[in-house]
Design a protein around this ligand. Sequence first.
Ligand SMILES: *Cc1c(COP(=O)(O)O)cnc(C)c1O
Length: 483
Amino acid sequence: MSGAEAVKMGLSRDGGLLTPESIPQIDGAFLTELTQLSYQQRAAKVMGLFLTDYSGEELLTFAENAYGPDKFDHPAAAPLRKVDGTTHCLELWHGPTSAFKDMALQMLPQLLSAALRKTGEDKTVCILVATSGDTGKAAMEGFADVPQTKIMVFYPKDGVSAVQEAQMVTQEGDNVGVCAVAGNFDDAQAGVKRIFSDEAMRKTLADRGYFLSSANSINWGRILPQVVYYVSAYCDLLRDGEIQMGDKVNVCVPTGNFGNILAAYYAKRMGVPLGRLICASNCNDVLTEFLRTGVYNRNRPFHTTMSPSMDILVSSNLERLLFDLSGENDEEVRGYMDALAKEGRYEVSGAIKAKLKDLFWGGFCGEEDTAAAIARYYKDYGYLIDTHTAVAADVLAQYRRETGDETVTVFASTASPYKFCDHVLAAIGETPKGEGVDLLDQLHEVSGTAVPRRLAALRGKERRFDLTAEKAEMDGVVTAFLK
Ligand SMILES: *Cc1c(COP(=O)(O)O)cnc(C)c1O
């Protein structure tokens, strides 16, 4: 299958995830070359290694459109901020929706439009998205009014922040739809996966001139642009003299669906000298337990936390990791996924356990420690971080305490603190005055940092969507949307 076909399809027909046939290798010379380049140029070079059916020129144009000054409020797109001698924060929220999802979702629509052209597709693609808060908005922002596409977003009714909801229900564009689902993110994600594997539905939509694809991180086109920023971060550390070529760098990622940290894993597999991959969870600690014991068990209470984009018990992208770690053993991975679907639990082989232990370290942090990390970063470094980033900051501190490993570490900052004003204000000792977008100014006044332009513009924006559905009604919502 070509890169264009994989991007177009999103999810394979049997419900499995697509992965690259082979992982291209890079060396010191390649990294040295990238060190001199802009983020956009780095993106084109790295993505070109995988997408051999796209030209370098094409990819550079896409990267310039995706990460240019119209969209990103920082010229480096994904800048590193030095926190202390060995700690660097990779800020991934300078895009139009103020969360890291923009890094991929400003790129994916362009890859997909080109894929439709390259494959001579005449149907309209309908992107279905299940969102824990940030993906939905970022996907709509990327796909709004893109020809030959429609996009329908499902979000958990009581599972997103006030700013996240305001961002989604005010989205402009003639090809977008938004629906709240009575349930949590796992319910919304399971509903979307069910629609994907429903043959009758596929047929009905095909008769109407549509086919379905995905903008969730189950689409390989979502993961690839995320690989770029780990490569780029290594190059920035080299350029700034923080490390020498070949030095190991640890990465710590606040994790939900395992997409972002999987991108770091692929960067390591490509040959970027990354050390330990530290997987940070909130009190939905299913991944911590998995990485420590090899047992994945989703039979546990679901907690709603102040880091809602990580409130997930079924991390889809683990399937890709297991495929790679099992030596691409389809049958073994299918066995795990079937057990997960049937019993909500599986245990990986001893061989995989050993590899997990070598590559990853898992930790989690509760609500109080999340708030304490925000307060500590603000006080010690004058650095305001959001609730998700704070989970990573706390887990990184735990890792260092437990292992004594002081390797230079990049930790991912996945959202602007302005998306979660209420919790961030409370964490730094302020009493929130009001709610939702009303708090943007208060956080600005207290911290002196700038309100992201598009979040400020949410005030007074018209609410366009008011639909709520039960889980079982999601199919009907899609068929009505694609009349
Ligand atoms: C989506 C999201 C995450 C989790 O990323 P995954 O790729 O699902 O692991 C973490 N933080 C924020 C702010 C997010 O939007």
